[in-house]
Design a protein around this ligand. Structure first.
Ligand code: ZN
Ligand code: ZN
Length: 267
């Protein structure tokens, strides 16, 4: 009886996250075309017709591109907060009333044996929120698309078995890069995305002895590299005496289904 998950895709070209327990199969965001979503599920050998529902983090297209199509194809309920519904409703196409559910920010909702907690993040969307998943004493935290990591967020996501955590850009690469200044300012600001360095600093505060697995997520294609992200975050963790292998995510390929272990691997 454990949680298993896969980061199906991560990055500004499209995001999707899958998590399952014995009883439940949940998708968070469907930011790629319906066809690509099917392909990603195929790669991890999960049948999307067996999903129980889709949770939405926010209305940016890299999180909802395939949402309407996918929900219609498999007749799935969608859960999002009221402001996110208002912001995305017109772009989803036709959905039936029994496909639309409200999941408020800063609330807890049970999906079978998975308890999902939502929490707000500072990001330039209507009411962006991310989630932690609890089942059988295990905890998985999904945290991307945030401008900065507040103490409140840290408190909510601390002490998890596994993290999918944003490491969006290398500040120097972004500064030197070709983006116009207003875009740079957005990314670097409190409502944009978290840098490698800030990601490392936040992780150093929130991980605990029970943390076994970290995936660095939502890497910028232009302003980051997998090696650089891992190295930067690793260095900050090492300075705090934390040694943990960091795992990559990819915009095109899913991470293998990972089963949260009940055994503590670190001391
Ligand atoms: Zn976003
Ligand atoms: Zn995003």
């Amino acid at each position: 009886m454990t949680l298993r998950f896969s980061v199906l895709a991560s990055g500004s070209t499209g995001n999707a996250f899958y998590i399952e327990s014995e009883q439940q199969r949940l998708l968070v965001d469907a930011g790629l075309s319906g066809k690509k979503m099917d392909g990603l599920f195929g790669e991890i050998d999960v049948d999307p017709s067996r999903l129980d529902g889709i949770l939405v983090t926010h209305e940016h297209s890299d999180h909802i591109k395939g949402l309407g199509i996918f929900a219609r194809k498999y007749n799935l309920p969608i859960y999002a907060n009221e402001k996110t519904w208002q912001a995305m409703d017109n772009s989803l196409g036709k959905l039936t009333i029994d496909q639309k559910f409200q999941f408020d920010m800063d609330s807890i909702r049970s999906f079978g044996d998975i308890e999902v907690e939502s929490f707000g993040v500072s990001h330039d969307a209507a009411e962006p929120m991310f989630y932690t998943f609890r089942s059988n004493g295990q905890k998985v935290a999904l945290v991307t698309d945030l401008g900065y990591v507040s103490e409140r967020i840290k408190k909510t996501v601390e002490d998890a078995d596994a993290y999918i955590f944003e490491a969006n850009h290398d500040v120097e690469m972004l500064r030197m890069g070709r983006y116009p200044w207003n875009v740079k300012r957005r990314i670097l600001g409190d409502s944009g995305h978290v840098s490698n360095e800030d990601s490392g600093l936040a992780l150093a505060d929130i991980i605990s002895n029970r943390t076994k697995r970290i995936y660095l997520a939502h890497l910028s294609l232009d302003n980051n590299m997998k090696d650089l992200a891992r190295m930067s975050v690793n260095q900050i963790l090492a300075e705090r005496g934390i040694e943990l292998e960091l795992h990559d995510t990819d915009p095109e390929a899913p991470t293998p289904l990972y089963e949260v272990s009940t055994v503590t691997e670190r001391v």
